[in-house]
Design a protein around this ligand. Structure first.
Ligand code: 3H9
Length: 699
C-alpha cells in the first residue's frame, strides 16, 4: 500500500510531503510515513537538508481525531517527533493553511519553521476536551514564553503567521511555500547554522512569573465552569517551568493528557466537533446540488432581531437593505447597529474605518419598492401568523423571481406562511437566535415545498455568515423551541411542588448551562411567553396540567430584567438576579390555591425532570423526522440554548447516562404524574429494547 507521505528532491533538499487530504491529519500511516521518509532522506548523501510540508490546502492540522478512543497504534507521535529533533541534517517545517495541534507539535520538532503570511498556527486541543499531548505544552512556552503559551493553549485560538513570527514560533515568512522553504534550508546549510532543538534549551522559561498560573486557573474556573481541559492545560504548561528536565515535563503532560482522554468531557467535545460538521450534510440533498448566488439581502424589521440579523450579512460583506415602515423605528434600529459596531471598535475588535465600511453596506428604507431586487429577503416582524401572512403576500408581489423568501419565525408553521405565495418552493425558515449577531446557531426550517436548491443555498449562506446551520422540519417550535416547552413546564411544576426558582436555576447552572430557565425568562422578557400562553389557553386540552404561576408574575407588572423584576428582583443597573420574598409568597399562595402540596425536592430530581423532559421530547422530534439525526438536536442546544459543550448536548448526555436508565426514570415520572409529556417516546423504548443509543439511530 502506498504511503501518504512522500519524499521529493529539489536540488539538494529533500522535501517530505504529507498527502492525507482533506487536512493531512496524523493518522497511523502518516506517522509511519513521516518516520520512514525522514530515515530515507537522512540516508541519502545527495540530500543536505530536509523540508517538511503538507500537500494540498494545509500543513498538518493535528492528530487524526477519529483514532481517539481506539487502541493506540505505533508509532506514537512523540516517537516521530524525537526522530525529527535528532535528525543530523537541518529540518525546516514549511507551514501553509493551518498547523494545528499535533501538526504544530510536529513543526516544533523541526530545527526551524517558515510560513506563508496567510498561514495559521494553533494548539486547539482544549476545544476537544484535550491538551496538546505531543510536547506542545513544553515546547511552546520555551519558544514563545509562558504567557503566550497559556493564552494559546487554554483558548485554542489560532495565531496568524506574522504574529506567530513575532511570538518566536515561526522563524521567517516566505512568499512561496516550497521554494521559499528550500531556499531557507539551503542557506542554513551554506551558513553552517546550528540545528536548534527546542527541547534541549530552557528558552524563555526563566522569564515566567509564577503567579500567572493561579491567575489563569482562577479566570478559567469562572469562564469555563466545570470544564477539565483548560485546568489540565495550565498544569501542563506549569510543569514546563517547574520540572527538573524537559523529559519530566513531557511525562507530566502525558499524564494530564491521558486523564482528559479518558474523561467523558473529551467524548462530548469531540462529539460536538464532528457534529458541527455533520449537520451540514442533508441526506436527501446530494453534494453538488445547484445553488443560487446571493449577493444582496433585504431584511424586514429593524428591531433587535432584524438589526442583529443584518449585522451578520454586513460582517460578511453582503449589502443589506433594511425595511421598517416607521421612520422613527428605522432610525432607532440603525442607531443601535452603529453603536454596536462602534463599541466593538472601541474594544479594539476592528477599526473605525471598518465600522464605516460595514455601515456603508446598509441601506435603510421605509418602502417595499426598494427591496424587490434582493437575492434573499428575511422577515423579522412580529411573531403573529396573520402579520406574517400579510408580509409574505406582499413579498410575493414585490420580490424578483428567483429571490429566496425567508421567515425568522421561531415557532410558526412555515407551510402556512408559504401558502400565501405563488412560490412556496422559494420559502424557508431561517430562525436566528438572539442576539442574532452573536449566537452561532441558525435553525433553518424546511417547508413541505421548499426546494433542494432553496435549502442548500440557505445552508451555504449560513456558513458564509459564520453560523452553524441545523436543518429542522416544520412543526410548532421546530427543534429548539419545541423541546423548550416540556422543559419549561417541568421547571414551573417543580416550583409549584416545592422548589424555588433559584434552586432550579442553580442546579442547571451547576450542570453547566449558561443559565437556568427562570434567569433566562427574566433576560428574554416574560411578556412574550405570556402572550403566547394566553393564546394557547383558548384551546388548552381539558385535564392537561397548566401552571399559571408565570402568568401571575407577569400580571404583577414583572416582565423580567427590563422592568427591574421578574422571577427575581434586580438592583438598579444590575443584571444579577436576587431572590425576592414577593415571588416566594406568590409561589406559596399559588400552590395553596391550586391544591398542590409543597415538599422538599432534591437537586437530582430537578436535574432529571428538566433534562429528561428535553430528552423525551427530543426523541419524539427525532422519530418524527423533525431532526435528521440526534446530533442535530445536540448541536441546536449547544449553539442556541447555552447547553454546555462538555456535556455534548441533551441526547449525547442521555447516551452517556445510559438510555435504559433514562427510560426507567421517564417511566417513573410518567407513572407518578400521568402527564402526556412523560409518555416515553416510542424511539427510546425501541432503542433500549435493541440495546442501542441515540448515536446508533439511523433513519
Ligand atoms: C491533537 O492534535 C492531539 C495532539 O496534541 C496529541 C496527539 C498525541 N482529524 O473543518 P472542516 C475532518 S488533537 C480527523 O470542514 P475547514 C472534518 O471532520 C487535534 N478529521 O474544514 C471534515 O470531515 P468531513 C488538533 C479531521 O477547512 C474535514 O476534515 N487539531 C480533523 O473548514 C474537513 O474539515 C484540531 O483540533 C482531524 N484532526 O477547517 C483541528 N480535522 O468532510 C481540527 C478535520 O467528513 N480541525 N477533520 O466532514 C479544524 O479545526 C478544521 O478542520 C480546520 C479546517 C481548521 C483544520
Amino acid at each position: 500500500m502506498s504511503s501518504p507521505v512522500v519524499l521529493e528532491k529539489r536540488g539538494a533538499v529533500g522535501v517530505i510531503l504529507v498527502q492525507n487530504p482533506p487536512v493531512n491529519a496524523l493518522s497511523q500511516a502518516v506517522r509511519q510515513g513521516l518516520r520512514d521518509r525522514l530515515a530515507e532522506a537522512l540516508a541519502d548523501d545527495s540530500i543536505t537538508a530536509v523540508v517538511l510540508a503538507g500537500d494540498g490546502r494545509t500543513f498538518i492540522a493535528g492528530a487524526d481525531i477519529r483514532e481517539f478512543g481506539k487502541p493506540m497504534t505505533a508509532p506514537g507521535l512523540n516517537e516521530v517527533i524525537q526522530d525529527y529533533e535528532n535528525a543530523t541534517k537541518p529540518v525546516v517545517a514549511a507551514i501553509h493553511g493551518t498547523a494545528l495541534g499535533g501538526g504544530l507539535e510536529t513543526a516544533f520538532a523541526a530545527h526551524y519553521r517558515v510560513a506563508v503570511a496567510k498561514g495559521f498556527v494553533g494548539l486547539p486541543e482544549v476545544k476537544l476536551g484535550l491538551l496538546p499531548g505531543a510536547g506542545g505544552t513544553q515546547r511552546l512556552p520555551r519558544v514563545a514564553g509562558v504567557e503566550t503559551a497559556l493564552k494559546m493553549i487554554t483558548s485554542g485560538d489560532m495565531l496568524p503567521a506574522p504574529l506567530a513570527q513575532k511570538a518566536g514560533i515561526v522563524d521567517a515568512i516566505v512568499d512561496e511555500l516550497i521554494p521559499g522553504a528550500c531556499a531557507f534550508a539551503e542557506k542554513l546549510v551554506a551558513d553552517g547554522a546550528p540545528l536548534k532543538v527546542i527541547s534541549r534549551s530552557r528558552g524563555k522559561l526563566d522569564e515566567a512569573d509564577k503567579g500567572i498560573f493561579d491567575k489563569f486557573r482562577a479566570d478559567l474556573a469562572k469562564k469555563a465552569r466545570g470544564v477539565l481541559a483548560p485546568q489540565n492545560c495550565i498544569a501542563a504548561v506549569e510543569a514546563s517551568v517547574t520540572s527538573d528536565s524537559f523529559e519530566a515535563g513531557l511525562k507530566r503532560e502525558g499524564e494530564l493528557f491521558m486523564e482528559l482522554m479518558q474523561s467523558p468531557q473529551r467524548a462530548a467535545q469531540i462529539h460536538a466537533f464532528f457534529g458541527e460538521r455533520e449537520v451540514a450534510k442533508i441526506p436527501d440533498i446530494p453534494k453538488g446540488t445547484p445553488t443560487r448566488e446571493i449577493n444582496s439581502c433585504a431584511i424586514l424589521g429593524c428591531g433587535t432581531m432584524g438589526g442583529g440579523i443584518a449585522m451578520n450579512f454586513l460582517n460578511a460583506g453582503i449589502p443589506v437593505t433594511i425595511l421598517e415602515l416607521e421612520q422613527a423605528a428605522l432610525d432607532r434600529g440603525i442607531g443601535i447597529i452603529r453603536r454596536n459596531y462602534e463599541n466593538s471598535a472601541k474594544r479594539g475588535r476592528f477599526t473605525m474605518e471598518e465600522v464605516e465600511k460595514r455601515m456603508g453596506l446598509l441601506t435603510p428604507t421605509t418602502s417595499y419598492d426598494d427591496i424587490g431586487q434582493a437575492d434573499i429577503v428575511i422577515e423579522a416582524v412580529f411573531e403573529d401568523m396573520e402579520i406574517k401572512k400579510q408580509v409574505f403576500a406582499k413579498l410575493d408581489a414585490v420580490m424578483k423571481p428567483g429571490a429566496i423568501l425567508a421567515s425568522n419565525t421561531s415557532t410558526l408553521d412555515i407551510d402556512e406562511i408559504a401558502s400565501v405565495t405563488k412560490r412556496p418552493e422559494d420559502v424557508i425558515g431561517t430562525h436566528f437566535f438572539s442576539p442574532a449577531n452573536v449566537m452561532k446557531l441558525l435553525e433553518n426550517v424546511r417547508g413541505a415545498k421548499s426546494s433542494p436548491n432553496t435549502i442548500q443555498t440557505v445552508m451555504d449562506l449560513g456558513k458564509r455568515i459564520g453560523k452553524i446551520c441545523v436543518l429542522a422540519g416544520n412543526c410548532h417550535g421546530f427543534i429548539g423551541n419545541r423541546m423548550l416547552h416540556p422543559y419549561g413546564r417541568q421547571a414551573s411544576f417543580l416550583v409549584e411542588e416545592g422548589a424555588q426558582p433559584e434552586d432550579v436555576d442553580r442546579v442547571l447552572y451547576d450542570f453547566g448551562l449558561a443559565m437556568g430557565p427562570f434567569a433566562m425568562g427574566d433576560l428574554a422578557g416574560l411578556d412574550v411567553g405570556y402572550r403566547v400562553r394566553q393564546h394557547q389557553l383558548k384551546t388548552w386540552p381539558q385535564g392537561r396540567r397548566y401552571s399559571s404561576l408565570a402568568d401571575k408574575v407577569v400580571e404583577l407588572g414583572r416582565h423580567g430584567q427590563k422592568t427591574g423584576a421578574g422571577w427575581y428582583r434586580y438592583e438598579e443597573g444590575s443584571r444579577v438576579p436576587l431572590p425576592d420574598p414577593v415571588v416566594k409568597e406568590l409561589i406559596e399562595k399559588n400552590s395553596a390555591e391550586a391544591g398542590i402540596k409543597r415538599g422538599e425536592i432534591s437537586d437530582d430530581e430537578i436535574l432529571e425532570r428538566c433534562m429528561y423532559a428535553l430528552v423525551n421530547e427530543g426523541a419524539k422530534i427525532l422519530e418524527e423526522g423533525i431532526a435528521i439525526r440526534s446530533v442535530d438536536i445536540d448541536i441546536t442546544y449547544m449553539n442556541g440554548y447555552g447547553f454546555p459543550k462538555h456535556r455534548g448536548g441533551p441526547m449525547h448526555y442521555a447516551d452517556y447516562v445510559g438510555l435504559d436508565k433514562v427510560l426507567e426514570r421517564i417511566r417513573h415520572y410518567y407513572e407518578q404524574s400521568g402527564e402526556d409529556d412523560w409518555k416515553p417516546a416510542a424511539l427510546i423504548e425501541k432503542l433500549v429494547a435493541e440495546g442501542k443509543s441515540f448515536a446508533d439511530f439511523q433513519r
